[in-house]
Write a protein that binds this ligand. Structure first.
Ligand code: C5P
Length: 212
């Protein structure tokens, strides 16, 4: 078992991982890392040089050049960034280049990290792992509401179709596919609001980590 309080949160797109992870981190006084931003930032770097995010050479060199400030870019959301992230994320060299960044982030104080392979690959010894999911229709509805709140025009059927495709790509890839770790607590938030999901997650974490 890891000595650091590491909370690994994995799951498909728009399952509520980010909201949950951020609140858990604040409550547990742990640093928080949204690992999806790493893949999004790599995808953006490739796109801005006119490259193809599915090209292994361009994507890996973008991943090696990644700097922490890239995570603060304001163009990491939206359909184009989603697709570019999923493309670079299926490249083994990209994942290898981002591995140390993720491990180093948690090395000193522990952390809450959310992503697709935190409990399976990045921190297989994390004491607390959650796999957060929800039905495709509900996740698409949440993402659609998010996009609308940001003033982005979106058609819910297109959002659902894009999400289905991205989840399938994440789950089918050979490199660190999206899947629940054998020892993860499964949290289906289809019928839960954010508060219920938070309470359920915290109750589980308390069974795994000694909290103050
Ligand atoms: O979590 P988010 O939707 O921001 O992730 C964007 C994409 O980055 C995912 O669809 C997935 O392809 C990739 N990703 C990943 N591993 C992670 C986090 C994200 O492959 N740990």
């Amino acid at each position: 078992m890891s000595m650091k309080p590491i909370v690994a949160i994995d799951g498909p797109a728009a399952a509520g991982k980010g909201t949950l992870a951020r609140r858990l981190a604040a409550t547990l006084h742990l640093p928080y890392l949204d690992t999806g931003l790493l893949y999004r930032a790599v995808g953006r770097r490739v796109l801005e040089t006119g490259g193809d995010p599915s090209d292994a050479v361009s994507a890996e060199s973008a991943a090696r050049a990644l700097e922490p400030a890239d995570l603060d870019r304001n163009d990491l959301r939206g359909p184009q960034a989603d697709a570019a992230a999923a493309s670079v994320a299926s490249i083994t060299g990209v994942r290898a280049a981002l591995l140390d960044f993720q491990r180093d982030f948690a090395v000193r104080d522990g952390a809450v990290l959310d992503g697709r392979d935190i409990g399976t690959v990045i921190f297989p010894n994390a004491p607390a792992k959650l796999f957060v999911t929800a039905s495709l229709a509900e996740r698409a509805r949440r993402r659609w509401l998010e996009l609308r709140a940001k003033g982005m025009e979106a058609d819910i059927a297109t959002v659902e179709a894009d999400m289905r495709q991205r989840d399938a790509k994440d789950a089918a890839r050979a490199a660190a596919p999206l899947k629940a770790a054998a020892d993860a607590c499964l949290l289906d938030t289809s019928e839960m609001d954010a508060e219920a999901a938070f309470q359920a997650a915290l109750a589980f974490i308390r069974t795994r980590i000694d909290l103050i």
